[in-house]
Design a protein. Structure first.
Ligand SMILES: [Zn+2]
Length: 106
């Protein structure tokens, strides 16, 4: 039962990310679907894989990388969708979260 619930919310988040006009943060998704932010990141990780698989590589979950608001450092090499807690360059915790949407690959 639990897994089915997750499946359906993942489908709803997937459709939301396909239809959204501009990239949205996990916080936006959490608010829209009334779930916790850490849960959204888990869903995004699974959505990234399922979108790629189901579209045969034609579509992808795109991520605008998180950025340090203090020094402008960009977290380019993230393996997973997440919001880093601290900037490695200036140690600031004032981090602009990553943003997501689903688009066809050019
Ligand atoms: Zn910084």
């Amino acid at each position: 039962m639990v897994e089915r619930t997750y499946e359906s919310i993942r489908e709803r988040i997937t459709r939301f990310l396909e239809e959204v006009e501009g990239p949205v943060s996990a916080e936006d998704i959490a608010r829209t679907f009334e779930v916790d932010v850490p849960e959204v990141y888990i869903h995004l990780e699974h959505i990234a894989k399922s979108v790629r698989r189901e579209s045969g590589g034609g579509k992808a979950l795109m991520m605008t990388p998180p950025m340090c608001r203090k020094c402008g450092y960009i977290f380019k090499d993230l393996e997973k969708p997440k919001k880093p807690s601290k900037c490695p360059r200036c140690k600031s915790e004032w981090i602009e979260p990553p943003r997501f949407l689903i688009r066809s690959r050019e």
